[in-house]
Design a protein around this ligand. Sequence first.
Ligand code: ADP
Length: 379
Amino acid sequence: MSSETALSIENLSKHYSNETVLRDISLDVETGEFCVVMGPSGSGKSTLLQSIAGLIEYEGTIRINGTPVETVPVEERDLGYVFQEFEDALFPHKTVFENVAFGLHQQDADYTQSEIDERIDEVLELLAISHTRDDLPTELSGGQQQRVELARQLVRECDIVLLDDPLADLDYKLQKRMELEVRQIQEEMNSTFVYVTHNQDQALKLADKLVILNQGRIEQIGHPEEVYYEPASAFVGQFVGDSNGFIGNATHGGDDTVAVETEIGEMSARVQGDDIDPNQRSITIVRPEDVGFGDAAVGLDNVYEATFVDWTYMGRETEYAFEIEGLDYAIRSIKDGTPTIGNETIGESISIGWDKADTLCFSTLSSASTATVETLMEV
Ligand code: ADP
């Protein structure tokens, strides 16, 4: 823990009757950092936020700016908490201004009326809702209501703001716009954010530090690029971003490369994690953007004969699907731009391939002990 550490969690565990919901979580979040916690539904994300907020009991230690929070009464902890269900959080009969002012009154600070006015107007402007100042929440759109809730938390300038999937209920376009704004506001205010989401795009886009949670355990902590390109386990490789996965036994290789005997034949791969045991059954993945086909497959390390079966134009990119004998699902390739092959080529055979450097064979399946090669292929 450094002097810049805003939040330090040490060996946090939480049990509900006979279920262990969080196991041995240790995590540091630096001051001004945007920390995103991502994991499947039920992995313990909300429970982690509730523990930090002091809403539930737990085992372990949580420090805020070096002070163990267990010694500070909940109402004196300087934390903001933004929930997904923002409609219930706002007072329906108070105006936007009054709702935000309530956030300030919750604090035990002596502000003069002009200070209150000034701070609220500043934060309303930052969130682009100054014009709704005298409106009631019911007169606002969902996006505006969520901004009011954000304003209410931000105006308090808390040490740490906890956000539980705050944009999940907004429609797609508004979500995209709000993502950018949330990030800008966090930077401008230099706040420390702990932001929970199950939305991958959002997590990769927003995070300075990304925490991947699975069955109550941390699978990996890292910068989004690190988590995407160097996943620590097969679970992370499968869960974060798209991937084509293969099951196979690592047969032989050097320290960091192996030959894997997969359903579609031998594949050269990079070892991800510790050494891999000879004949260890594992998962090997390649990202769709790293799969070449036709002329682009010539000379790659792993080349296979496949059948082109489908294509989908997605606006900025096109997704292509290929089938190979021995594999019961299609291998996907994603390339920028409009389709280069289409319906006239469907059913024809074509070479597909990818480089060893882009092929990851995992020595660790998951930090969850129950994970098997088969269950991870479903992630
Ligand atoms: P997430 O936010 O990742 O979806 P949660 O933290 O909400 O996950 O839940 C993690 C696990 O803890 C789930 O299996 C859930 O059923 C269980 N859980 C959460 N709250 C309670 C509670 N109050 N009592 C019993 N079990 C709970």
